[in-house]
Ligand binder design. Structure first.
Ligand code: SAM
Length: 213
């Protein structure tokens, strides 16, 4: 057994302890090699329960945050999921490992290209593009789930418009210091939402995000 397998098991034990229950999701955490998605300087810390730096001053989110957001998405096999904020590609790999059809958008070209190459190399089939994710990806809408991995001042209307009936958006909303993760469910013409407090993300920059409008 390799050292990383031990560390991955410890990470999963911690996620269970913190309340993550979805077995499909925990199995994906078992199978995705997080050490592949961090910078070489941080490989030793790949399984710490903390966010780590990636290029362009961005981060790969903390494992608990990835697990929490993904569990709230209630994605299953064949769910069509849009991710805004590809970053390292780790979240996209977790969703692909769960059997979701994944579409992901990143605003930094370098991050987009690196993640695309890595996901291909690891055999994950993920549709990715570089651009402003605050306007969504209308070509493939509607989505069963939309997960946003950067913090928005408010929920971008195009994302609400691109959600399928019964689908969910999981998005951090707040000011630049702290945010709540908002879980929105579309039920017919209505949107039901609940907030979970106490998270911290990098900002969502774009037309319908910070620096927009
Ligand atoms: N999901 C990522 C992972 O698994 O590594 C975490 C990414 S990081 C917390 C958030 C990402 O959102 C950053 O890479 C940032 O460049 C990106 N981002 C911010 N605003 C964006 C936008 N309008 N469209 C697409 N990506 C955006």
């Amino acid at each position: 057994m390799t050292r990383f397998e031990d560390e991955r098991k410890e990470m999963i034990a911690l996620l269970r302890k913190r309340g993550i229950k979805d077995e499909l999701l925990l199995k994906a955490f078992q199978n995705v090699e997080r050490e592949q998605f961090v910078l070489p300087a941080f490989v030793n810390r790949a399984y710490d329960d903390s966010a780590l730096p990636i290029a362009h001053g961005q981060t790969i989110s903390q494992p608990y945050t990835v697990a929490f957001q993904t569990e709230k998405l209630q994605a299953g096999k064949d769910s069509k999921i849009l991710e805004i904020g590809t970053g390292s590609g780790y979240q996209a790999a977790i969703l692909a490992e769960m059997g979701c059809r994944v579409f992901t958008i990143e605003r930094h070209m370098e991050l987009h290209l690196q993640a695309r190459r890595l996901l291909e190399k690891l055999g994950y089939h993920v549709a990715s593009r570089c651009g402003d994710g605050t306007v969504g990806w209308s070509e493939y809408a509607p989505y069963n789930g939309i997960i946003v991995t950067a913090a928005a001042p408010e929920v971008p209307q195009p994302l609400l418009d691109q959600l399928a009936d019964g689908g969910r958006i999981v998005i951090p909303v707040g000011d630049l210091d702290t945010q709540s993760i908002r879980i929105i469910r579309k039920v017919g013409d209505r949107y039901e939402s609940v907030d979970a407090r106490g998270f911290k993300f990098v900002p969502l920059i774009g037309k319908e995000g910070w620096n927009g409008k």
